[in-house]
Ligand binder design. Structure first.
Ligand code: PEP
Ligand code: MN
Length: 265
């Protein structure tokens, strides 16, 4: 990575899209209906504790037959949520068409999901679609604990000219039932922080835990490790969410959870 940074200004660029630390990103796992998305986003904004809105528009699901996202028709809903709240937005992209559509609807920040980071062809296609744009991009760790693949995705984007790259730690799959849906394996994101100190790294407790009870503990741990922010899923009716129902919390519960954390000064 060192050789990909051409000047000290490049290093500041990477951090510069985090308007503040900690950066708090929240929103539903998936955009479902216009009403659900707007209500979730306006209630999140009303807490005054969220800096950026997230919504899954295209959902890469492990198994077929599950809800695979509302698709491009959800983008105008997210654009409306942005206009109503004044908050920037972020969306997962996995293909060049996703990049094109998201940018056409004013999405501010993109992220690459864990199931895409594992695939160099997909990452390269997304990187090529980003060439010539100046949009910041977060890269989630790959599903399995392979740091070189995570590094490779960073390098592909950097080589395509993406100047503002961030990392998202969402835990790593392991076989069998554990306390976590995706084990945090904290030593791995810590090693990424050591290798790429100029890149912001935020934690996604929702996909690490896969339940509501563990969220605060994982969020606190990431703050104690000096992560730069959090991405947490929120839904107006978590139990009836079309994806990731077990781990989502209402906007008001999210605010309580954030209030209960001890922040670094
Ligand atoms: C998500 O953010 O809803 C998602 C699908 O996450 P991940 O790529 O971490 O599984
Ligand atoms: Mn999700």
């Amino acid at each position: 990575m060192e050789q990909l940074l051409t000047s000290p200004a490049d290093a500041t660029d990477h951090k510069s899209f985090l308007a503040k630390k900690p950066l708090i990103i929240s929103g539903p796992c998936s955009a479902e209906t216009e009403e659900q998305l707007i209500a979730t986003c306006t209630r999140l904004a009303a807490t005054g504790k969220v800096d950026m809105l997230r919504a899954g528009i295209w959902k890469p699901r492990t198994k077929p037959g599950l809800f695979e996202g509302i698709g491009t028709k959800g983008l105008p809903w997210l654009q409306k949520a942005k206009q109503l709240t004044g908050l920037p937005t972020t969306v997962e992209v996995a293909t060049p068409k996703h990049v094109e559509d998201a940018l056409a609807f004013d999405v501010d920040v993109l992220w690459i999901g864990a199931r895409t980071t594992v695939n160099p062809f997909s990452v390269q296609a997304v990187a090529d679609a980003l060439r010539g744009t100046d949009v910041p991009v977060f890269i989630k760790n790959p599903v399995h604990p392979d740091l070189e693949l995570w590094m490779g995705a960073v390098e592909r984007l950097a080589k395509a000219g993406v100047k503002r790259i961030g990392l998202i730690h969402r835990g790593f799959a392991s076989y069998g039932n554990t306390e976590f849906r995706n084990a945090p394996m904290w030593h791995l994101p810590i090693e990424m922080k050591r290798r790429l100190p100029e890149l912001p790294i935020i934690c996604d407790p929702s996909h690490i835990c896969g339940n509501r009870t563990g969220l605060a503990g994982v969020a606190q741990k990431s703050i104690d490790l000096d992560f730069d922010g959090l991405m947490l899923e929120s839904h107006i009716d978590p139990d009836n969410a079309w994806s990731d129902a077990k781990q989502q919390v209402t906007p008001e519960r999210l605010a309580e959870l954030l209030d209960g954390l001890t922040w670094r000064h």
